[in-house]
Write a protein that binds this ligand. Structure first.
Ligand code: NDP
Length: 296
């Protein structure tokens, strides 16, 4: 990955984790406080298992406490909610994350809303979504915050830039729009009913793709020099029979010829998401303890 316009999310995430580890060590020294993250995994989904293992490993590597709770696939919603109530009351736990997706018998939003908003390190609680929407201090969803950090790092001041976000989910598209609006971009949100999507994308100085459709956004949809952030993670058949590979929502080989900056898949947005989760856990611990929070 040598092209200067490729944003190396893996390296950026490693630098962020190193800064988090320094802040955690300083917090232990100054206040005897160790941030703790509790992760709840329901069922045996292999992809979720890998995510949870990575999260736990990286949490510990940053000097924080990691607690894992594994519940059976057929767990009752009431039992999951009572575990969340216990973790809400546990002073050693500063962040709570419930790995999604959850099985059908469980109402995901009810679970998200049962988490103490101060411990909601995924930023999915309606209180945090509302605080972000009105520009108040919130815990912000990890993926869009990671995207914003990479954009700021690459472009500096984002004021006045035209940003187009394709996708309007509560976990990526909408919080991304709120963050870019707060950064003084002129924001357009596109979705499945948008007319002339290629034309809308071509107006973007910043194009964020969060759709879940492999390589939908083509090179000729991109304004020359634009910054392209590809959130999509799509598994497609690989070149060898029986093998698969990951691609984004953007046709990378075409887009990299046109974009001023672009995140690859894998190695772009994905690694940043876990690093920002650790950042949010540290920030949540500082806020709960009334300690000045680091600028991360
Ligand atoms: P959702 O399925 O919740 O939302 C997809 C959005 O894309 C919807 O708003 C939908 O529009 C829009 N959309 C679908 N088809 C089209 C189309 N043909 N043209 C324009 N818009 C379209 O997805 P998520 O936001 O949860 O995730 C998006 C992608 O990001 C997925 O690939 C997911 O795996 C990935 N992801 C990656 C993360 C990371 O860490 N890198 C974290 C989270 C997600 P409408 O609302 O009209 O239906």
């Amino acid at each position: 990955m040598t092209e200067p316009n490729i944003i190396d999310g893996k390296a950026f995430a490693a630098r962020l984790r190193a800064r988090i580890a320094e802040c955690v060590a300083a917090l232990q020294q100054s206040h005897g406080l160790t941030p703790g993250l509790a992760v709840i995994l329901v069922g045996e989904d292999p992809a979720s298992n890998v995510y949870v293992r990575n999260k736990a490993k990286q949490t510990v590597a940053c000097g924080m406490r990691s607690v894992e709770h594994r519940l059976p696939h057929d767990v009752l919603q009431a039992d999951l909610l009572s575990l969340i109530a216990e973790l809400n009351a546990d002073g050693a736990v500063h962040g709570i994350l419930v790995q999604l997706p959850l099985p059908g018998q469980i109402d995901e939003q009810a679970v998200m809303d049962a988490i103490d908003p101060q411990k909601d390190v995924d930023g999915f609680h309606v209180i945090n979504a509302g605080r972000l929407a009105v520009g108040a201090a919130a815990l912000v969803p990890c993926t869009p915050l990671g995207c914003l950090m990479m954009l700021r790092d690459r472009l500096g001041d984002l004021s006045g830039l035209a940003a187009v976000i394709v996708g309007r989910s509560n976990i990526v598209g909408k919080p991304m729009a709120a963050l870019l609006l707060a950064a003084n971009c002129t924001v357009t949100m596109a979705h499945s009913r948008t007319r002339d999507l290629p034309g809308v994308c071509r107006r973007a100085d910043i194009l964020v793709a969060a759709v879940g459709r492999s390589e939908m956004i083509r090179g000729d949809w991109i304004k020359p020099g634009a910054a392209v952030i590809d959130v999509g993670i799509n598994r497609v058949p690989g070149t060898e029979p029986g093998k698969t590979r990951l691609v984004g929502d953007v046709a990378f080989e075409e887009a990299v010829q046109v974009a001023g900056a672009i995140t690859p898949v894998p190695g772009g947005v994905g690694p940043m998401t876990i690093a920002v989760l650790l950042r949010n856990t540290l920030i949540a611990a500082c806020r709960q303890a009334g300690v000045a929070e680091p600028d991360l």
